[in-house]
Design a protein around this ligand. Sequence first.
Ligand SMILES: [Zn+2]
Length: 404
Amino acid sequence: MLVKGVVFYLDSELPTEAKLLLEDFRLAVNNAIRAGLQARVTSRNALVKIAYENFREEHPRMYAKHLVSAFEVAGNVLKNHRRRVRKGVTCRIPYVKRLLMKAENQAYKLDRNSGIIDLPIMAGCHVELRLVVSQYHRKYLDDMSLSLGSLTVLPDRVMVAFRKDAPKPYAPESALSLDTNERSLDGVFVEGDVVKAIKAEFPDIAVIQQRHHDRRKRLQKKKAHDRRISRNLCRREGTREHRRIDYRLHQVANSVLKFAEEKKSAIVLENLKGFKSKRSKELNRRMSVWPRRKLHQIIEYKAQWKGIPVVKVDPRNSSKTCPVCGRIQYSRMGAVFVCQCGWRLDRHINASINLLQTAISKGMAGGLRFNPGAFQHDVMMILYEPAMAARSEPNGTSGIAGVT
Ligand SMILES: [Zn+2]
């Protein structure tokens, strides 16, 4: 079962009854957390057993299903807390500050035509929440193959979980093999006898990360006398950075998947598990913040949702091997891979050819075959570049190729 959370903003302010419900819900969560900590339990059922009666006496009219989902939220908080404690991380006793409530799918009604949510508060009291529905939201509301999951209510917006069974991936007719690099996805597209280079470039991600990193360092220095302010400012920087990068990663993933879907391709990626680099401290920092894993997660998740097959292969020696004669070059390479047999190719694209060959040799690419000799050296297809972004940055970061 796949789940996709879709955020809707509210047409008007949250009704007072609903605001009170959010507060009651938070109270129930925090009570259950305390009870769970004392009794050393984390499961929803155990929490219901120890905390239900007490809370019921204080809030006799609260809708019972909401109370049960409050226990579920508390259980999740407790599980996370227990995990941190086991890892030896020092942390405070958990306490939910945010106003939020969760309703299971039987505990609310959503009219998918009008976008109105009917939320029961207590016996005999319901509120209507009008959602702002855009074209993007229509895609989910009108697709009747999607069923409704839980609803999360926040003071200014709600999140509706849409669920569907994972579609069966199609049998691939072509392959898209991608080597993941700091500033681009480089790879080959193989269809029949044709092998072409492809590229999805995102040089601005590294620029954005460097810029926010510098800014955080400057803030820490400037506000060194006040750690609270420094921490808050840095957190704000972090949120902004996170949003800007996420937006770009989704754009890159979307363009790659659109291409793959049109051509009925299987996507080949390197398996990033156990990725370690033995390079300089600065390069290690850049590599560890560079969200390649995040990009892969987004691609895999979206592919699953659309039924596009994704194959992950062990990248060992993929950048050092000659795909034509199989020699492994242990000496350091420049930007171009050169082999004694006469094979020359961009290092990254060469790596993607090796990834594809590994996938094919393991029978993971659905019976596809290909010959690296058929590579068309003069063709390069661009799947994505920053200029294709739906919106540009106010400071003109999009499109800068050089990185400081
Ligand atoms: Zn060779």
